[in-house]
Design a protein around this ligand. Sequence first.
Ligand SMILES: [Zn+2]
Length: 227
Amino acid sequence: MKSVYKSAAAVLMAVVAAQAGAAGSRCHGTVNRGSIEGSVPLPAEGANFTAYSTLAVAMGRNHVHSEVSAIILDAYVKLADAAPGAQYVYGESGNEYGGRFRPHRTHQNGTSVDFFVPVRDKNGQPARLPTPPAKRFGYDIEFDREARYGEYTIDFAAMAEHLYQLDQAARARGRGIALVIFDTAYLPRLFLTPHGTELEKLNFMKGKPWVRHDEHYHVDFAIPCFN
Ligand SMILES: [Zn+2]
């Protein structure tokens, strides 16, 4: 009997969550100092993507603004055709109610998301970048000058396709991408891909960020927030 109640409660929670999503999130302040109401968690996995850590998902560190979730999921659907075989891994986004999100300096109002680089293995096949706890869930991974880490190499074409699809999905919803942070040393390789010309129009951070962004790229989505 207990399990019946439990599953009924789960259904009810799902309905409540769906309604919160339908109503839309309300973000406040900025990525540096902000909060969010009615955020939604990104799904732990889909056909061509996974979260970086089941533990982090269980801790609710994968919350975003409902519009950001819709943009990200739309893009993954498009990528199934545009980048067949590519395995995407998303990283940290934010807490359920936003606010300080250590160790990040931003990620406070549900509009910031980290994405780990898509990679190819030693045989040139698309692979999932391993993001184990021992490597601080992927954040301690260091790629070298040739964009290699062990047997893995950054798949710049698959990454470019992802950024392009995120931008397209954002525009389709009347939104946009406010900022992308990625190691500036790798940008020329990103711009050499088929979507390079379009990507050069995105607002990439020009200066040096406070941590190297080689294993992941940080995206701030342009979503209007309340004070
Ligand atoms: Zn970030």
